[in-house]
Design a protein around this ligand. Structure first.
Ligand code: ATP
Ligand code: MG
Length: 299
């Protein structure tokens, strides 16, 4: 059939559907087909709930498999959005402590004067606003894991107190003169250069060595060869489920994503897929991706 004939045939079909009141149905079926045809084929490669199949990520998976069942302290390093928190949770969930709590503290988000009480707890009346005894994370997570996120932002005074906990295995709540024995695994993460900070004197070297028994260095997404398409499929499946309509991606749009440098890493990729899915008509096309990934595009 020539292009002109096909166009005429399609126009006739659309008109027929319109007269039958089934135009919406036709458009819906067409969109569904376009989405299905454009989803990158193949299963999503993942381990420990972490998507990836690149040599760099396979090395990370091997390390997780080795250290998760142990109690050693792990320091997770990586740029923003590389999945540090995801790895911390995987270490807990695949270790002996999985039936006990996993408690996370963001050392950069809590004011320094509250951090001690958050981690070690406090007694009633120990400071204004301390209306009752409160256990800190180290006590509440006993038997489990405490995740110290953004450890590079922990004030020096607090670093000394943390070191004592790691050395003695006991905490003293703020305002209390009793020490409590605790058994927690410590996993810490940062996107700062802790080694450089120890040289500048802003991070205690002895604490650094304690936390850093094993380092898991998460590679930036731009160094994970072949992982973008797995992550795209993974996020498309999730977004399709949430939006209740199938969303795919064209080869051109996928190529644009694979060429991008991802300064915000996996979190940025997830955001881009979510935003593009709102604009997409069945399948994400380059124009849905927006600048700077596709310069000059509208979204
Ligand atoms: N390999 C991956 N597979 C699936 N989802 C991922 C992966 N890496 C990261 N994510 C998702 O991307 C988002 C960011 O990950 P996460 O919060 O673990 O990063 P982060 O390194 O802690 O970032 P930040 O330094 O900004 O705190 C989360 O929604 C996480 O679930
Ligand atoms: Mg994080």
């Amino acid at each position: 059939m020539s292009a002109a004939d096909l166009r005429a045939r399609l126009a006739a079909l659309v008109e027929e559907a319109r007269q039958a009141g089934r135009l919406a149905e036709l458009v819906g079926a067409w969109r569904e087909l376009a989405a299905l045809a454009a989803v990158p084929a193949g299963p999503v490669a993942a381990r420990f709930g972490i998507v990836g199949d690149s040599p760099r990520m396979r090395a990370v998976f091997e390390l997780i498999a080795k250290v998760a069942p142990t109690d050693v302290s792990v320091l997770i390093l990586g740029e923003t959005g590389t999945g540090k928190e995801l790895v911390a949770k995987a270490l807990h969930q695949h270790g002996r402590r999985k039936s006990k709590p996993f408690l996370a503290e963001n050392c950069a988000a809590v004011p320094p004067n509250l951090l001690e009480s958050e981690l070690f707890g406090h007694t009633k009346g120990s400071f204004t606003g301390a209306f009752a005894d409160r256990p800190g994370h180290f006590v509440a997570a006993n038997g489990g894991t405490v995740f110290l996120d953004e450890i590079g932002d922990m004030p020096l005074a607090m670093q000394s107190k943390l070191l004592r906990v790691l050395q003695e295995g006991e905490v003293r709540p703020v305002g209390s003169n009793k020490v409590l024995k605790v058994d927690v695994r410590i996993v810490a993460a940062t996107n700062k250069d802790l080694a450089a900070m120890t040289k500048q004197g802003t991070f205690r070297e002895d604490l650094y060595f304690r936390l850093n028994v094993i380092t898991i260095q998460l590679p930036p997404l731009r160094e994970r060869t072949g992982d973008v398409r797995h992550l795209v499929r993974y996020f498309l499946e999730r977004v399709s489920g949430e939006m209740g309509r199938p969303i795919g991606i064209t080869d051109e749009a996928l190529a644009a994503l694979e060429a991008w440098s991802w300064p915000g890493n996996v979190r940025e990729l997830e955001n881009v897929i979510r935003r593009a899915s709102v604009f997409a008509d069945g399948a994400i096309v380059p124009a849905d991706l927006g600048a700077p990934i596709v310069p000059g595009s509208e979204a």
